[in-house]
Design a binder for this molecule. Structure first.
Ligand code: HEM
Length: 110
């Protein structure tokens, strides 16, 4: 269980994630692909160019912060995203890479 203090801190980040989200995720993909070019071939480059991935990831991170105290609201979407990632063949070892570069991008942009 998250403490009330953690919930309050996470919730307080929601407004900046809403306004700066795509700036953060754009920076995230750039940094991650520079460090891990091997991941380039699992992403759809048209969606990347059109900014769809940047927007989808930003919206999800924002929703996770906003609904940190009402996770049941986002469970249906998270379940759908999880199925999509399984279908894409994303492996457990990929998640720490995304976590690392998401935090680096948040630090860089904010
Ligand atoms: C907490 C971690 C993650 C979140 C919140 C997340 C979020 C998302 C979202 C919202 C989408 C769009 C889904 C849709 O279009 O229906 C997506 C797609 C995708 N994600 Fe993730 N993701 C995460 C981790 C990862 C990891 C670890 C990888 C692999 C390095 C990855 C690779 C992909 C790929 C390849 C797509 C398809 C995008 C495309 O080619 O257009 N994701 N992700």
């Amino acid at each position: 269980m998250l403490s009330q203090k953690t919930i309050d801190i996470v919730k307080s980040t929601a407004p900046i994630l809403e306004t700066e989200g795509t700036k953060i995720t754009t920076c995230f993909y750039k940094m991650m692909f520079e460090a891990h070019p091997e991941l380039l071939n699992i992403f759809n480059h048209v969606n990347q160019k059109q900014g769809r991935q940047q927007t989808a990831l930003a919206n999800t991170v924002y929703a996770a912060a906003k609904y940190i105290d009402q996770l049941e609201v986002i469970v249906p979407v998270v379940t759908q995203i999880a199925h999509k990632h399984r279908g894409l063949g994303i492996k457990p070892e990929h998640y720490p890479i995304v976590g690392e570069f998401l935090l680096k991008a948040i630090k860089e942009v904010l």
